[in-house]
Design a binder for this molecule. Sequence first.
Ligand SMILES: Nc1ncnc2c1ncn2[C@@H]1O[C@H](COP(=O)(O)OP(=O)(O)OP(=O)(O)O)[C@@H](O)[C@H]1O
Ligand SMILES: [Mg+2]
Length: 276
Amino acid sequence: MSEEQLVRANELISSFKSRMGEPLKTWQGRLRVGVDLGTANVVVAVVDETGRPVAGAMKPAQVVRDGLVVDYVGAVDIVRRLVNNLRAVLGAELTIASTAVPPGTGNRDSRATRHVVESAELQVLSVVDEPTAASAVLGVRDGAVVDVGGGTTGISILNEGKVVYTADEPTGGTHFTLVISGHYGLSFNEAEAMKLDPGRQPDLLPLVRPVMEKVAAIVRRHLRGWDVSNVYLVGGAFSFHGFVDVMRRQLDVPVLCPPEPLLVTPLGIALYCPAG
Ligand SMILES: Nc1ncnc2c1ncn2[C@@H]1O[C@H](COP(=O)(O)OP(=O)(O)OP(=O)(O)O)[C@@H](O)[C@H]1O
Ligand SMILES: [Mg+2]
């Protein structure tokens, strides 16, 4: 990936972050929606026909586990609310969407995800796998994209723009929280709040480092035998200060992590929606 591409990707992600607080008032062509039903967060991204981020919304939610919709009613409720709110804020019709599932998700589970999105009166034009969606934002044609979200570590290896290998393992940021909760005798929510406090992260790093090293070991195992020149890290778990360095030390391949890693996959999902 060239320096220029990296700068462009970082600008795109930062612009999406700004649009989440302040949506655009004008855009070009038909709006496209991306819905990321994650283990930890539901994120909705809106881009215009040219791929410019227009708006976004997010809600922490426990409606999905390891790519499976475990609370269908809850998921429908959140997606409808977020999408309807964006319709109201933008004063625009939102009609077409794309969504995503972890690599290797079966047809039945993909269908459940699709139905949740359709319940918000969106026509689902594509269902992509999560790390592949992220690669669209990063402009990656060669290398590995590793998405560590709340519940899962997804890995996609790309060669000349094609996905040649995908894997998904059930370890993610939720496991950091569980370790903190066990250590301090806190509830999950209390431990999560402690983890998200940047001031606490240096103290918590030694505690969660073994989980980070486990993620690195998982990634190393899946990369074995592939000629990978770079590893791109996305997903909210990389917002934990120090995690990227642990990965850097444990992998033999250069690693890159954009600002706002949590927003990359949702934005990529929207970009994957055909213009219609
Ligand atoms: N600033 C932060 N510091 C540390 N961890 C963070 C921060 N922001 C988010 N996280 C963690 O990132 C995880 C959520 O990331 P993300 O939204 O990418 O996951 P998801 O897409 O919901 O889950 P998955 O992809 O596994 O289904 C949570 O575990 C959350 O605690
Ligand atoms: Mg995710």
